[in-house]
Ligand binder design. Structure first.
Ligand code: GAP
Length: 515
């Protein structure tokens, strides 16, 4: 656990030190759960967004994109169910006056029990050495079996009381488990209450005529309300999709995991409109397709898993999460939801307008069903960034910090380094920069010894370093050093563009989805 925490702290400090992510309004001591993307961060974020957009929109003839406004007519959120049902169960500690998510308090309690299980496993592994069989141990050791049963009972009861909206039972569970406030150590709890996660604001100048608005908590509704506009103007035939990326806002109460859970974040969503009755096959299709997209980036198959939902959101008839192994364990990265006709039917009801599709093959109109893929851009950023950050032991006994970002999304593709700041080498290096910058984001760096410059670029995530030395003056060749293997090759300057392009081109990475 301490190890995980240390690793996560390193991710956060590296993100700051190398210009990826800053705390918002840091000089005012920051704003909780709000972050700014810095000079490298914005490039990485743009590249991830672009990689998603190309895979979803450019590569699918039947998927188009839109960019809907953040402000929407407030009735949208009544229709979507967010006004009534987009809530978290909260509880206050009367002594510390601190507010918590009641379900998270219980889940943290269960995590402590799981910590005890892990300790027992570690102890037994030490005791039995090579012959240790973990599976047999966890299914037979009475103490571990007891802990596991206890965790399961607690989580089942929590799920049931949340499902039944029995908030009194959630409080009773907290009391029975003897959960104390992490700050005051007291058990002096208020009742559990539902708290709506939407941020409200006002449209209009005068107090009496102002209209209550919400900052959208998901981008999806901007797609639903435009469904017919896009279908008609784009002459789209079912099945077809509408994709969108953009900001969403949620007044998260538990927001302590850096950019994993933010109050202002960005989503990349796609609603796929289908014939009712075909949702199961499209659900399976998009599960597979989205997993392939993730795997194409090469972060390691073992770092992903599906987690099917037992408790479904108010709009879904099936749902799964693609979970990723973040530094703090497996957590949701993307959601795939079979949303039925809930949203379109609700908007029909609240607007009194038909949101139907005339199916020429079936010769009838219907409200389409919807399959949604929804991924947090910031979470994807954290997945990529935390996976990439490595402390590597080298053969000569030294270590290096290296950010092994997939080169297709790395902020800077190559750094051009004159070996020394004289003898005409900087001029050649500048010329290479001038030539390459039309195609790639490249950087010129002449400060410090070349070894230090390599380390700096390794830590910043730059996949290639190109060094101009005295031989370059004679034969117009340079060395190109690869970040991950540290291998160096001598190549003619004229071949640089082709070599880099081959490694960073979106096409070459997305093609992996087909293998
Ligand atoms: N339209 C469906 C929807 O919004 P969701 O599961 O609530 O579903 C989808 O959110 C994705 O958005 C999540 O899988 C996660 O990646 C991202 N997300 C949700 N809340 C977030 C937050 N507070 N901070 C960062 N990302 C968040």
């Amino acid at each position: 656990m301490a190890n995980q925490e240390d690793r996560f702290k390193k991710v956060i400090s590296h993100a700051k030190e190398y210009g990826y992510v800053f705390q918002s309004s840091e000089i005012y001591d920051g704003l909780s759960a709000v972050y700014d993307y810095a000079q490298n961060g914005v490039e990485l974020k743009n590249n991830i967004r672009d990689y998603w957009w190309k895979a979803m929109v450019q590569m699918h003839e039947n998927i188009v994109g839109i960019d809907a406004a953040i402000f929407m007519h407030p009735t949208t959120w009544k229709a979507s169910g967010h006004v009534d049902a987009f809530n978290d169960p909260l509880i206050d500690n009367k002594d510390s006056k601190k507010r918590y998510r009641a379900d998270v308090l219980v889940e943290d309690h269960v995590a402590k029990i799981e910590g005890k299980i892990n300790k027992e496993i570690a102890k037994a592994r030490k005791r039995f050495g090579e012959s240790f069989d973990e599976e047999q141990f966890v299914t037979t050791n009475p103490r571990v079996v007891g802990y596991m049963e206890k965790s399961e009972i607690i989580l089942k009861r929590l799920a049931k009381s949340l499902e039944d909206e029995d908030l009194a039972d959630v409080k009773a569970l907290i009391e029975e488990l003897g959960i104390v406030c992490p700050l005051s150590g007291s058990k002096n709890w208020t009742d559990v209450k539902q708290f709506n996660l939407m941020f409200g604001t006002k449209l209009g100048a005068s107090a009496d005529s102002a209209m209550d608005l919400y900052l959208r908590p998901e981008t999806a509704q901007g797609i639903f309300v435009n469904f017919l506009n896009v279908q008609k103007t784009g002459r789209m035939k079912i099945p077809f999709g509408i994709a969108q990326t953009g900001k969403a806002f949620r007044n998260e109460i538990v927001a302590r995991q850096f950019i994993f859970r933010m109050r202002e974040f960005e989503q990349m969503e796609m609603q796929f409109f289908i014939k009712p009755g075909t949702q199961k096959e499209w659900y399976e299709h998009w599960k597979e397709e989205r997993m392939k997209w993730h795997l194409s980036l090469g972060l390691g198959e073992e770092n992903y898993r599906f987690h099917d939902h037992e408790k479904l959101a108010h709009y879904a008839d099936a749902a799964t999460d693609i979970e990723f192994k973040f530094p703090f364990g497996f957590k949701e990265l993307e959601g795939i939801h079979s949303r039925t006709d809930f949203d379109l039917a609700q908007h029909e009801k609240y607007t009194g307008k038909k949101l139907q599709y005339f199916d020429h093959e079936e010769n009838k109109s219907y409200v389409p069903y919807v399959l949604e893929t929804s991924i947090g851009l910031d979470r994807m950023f954290l997945a990529v960034f935390s996976n990439a950050l490595q402390n590597e032991e080298l053969e000569n006994g030294t270590t290096r910090v290296v950010l092994k970002l997939p080169s297709v999304i790395a902020p800077t593709k190559a750094a051009i380094l004159p070996l020394v700041k004289k003898d005409g080498l900087p001029e050649i290096a500048r010329k290479i920069v001038e030539d390459l910058k039309w195609d790639f984001n490249v950087q010129y760096d002449e400060k410090d010894a070349v070894g230090r410059r390599y380390r700096r670029q390794d830590a910043a995530g730059t996949p290639f370093c190109i060094t101009v030395d005295h031989d370059t003056l004679e034969d117009h060749t340079v060395t190109i050093r690869e970040r991950d293997t540290m291998e160096q090759k001598r190549v003619p300057i004229s071949q640089l563009k082709g070599l880099i392009k081959d490694q960073v081109e979106v096409k070459n990475w997305l093609m992996r989805m087909r293998s």
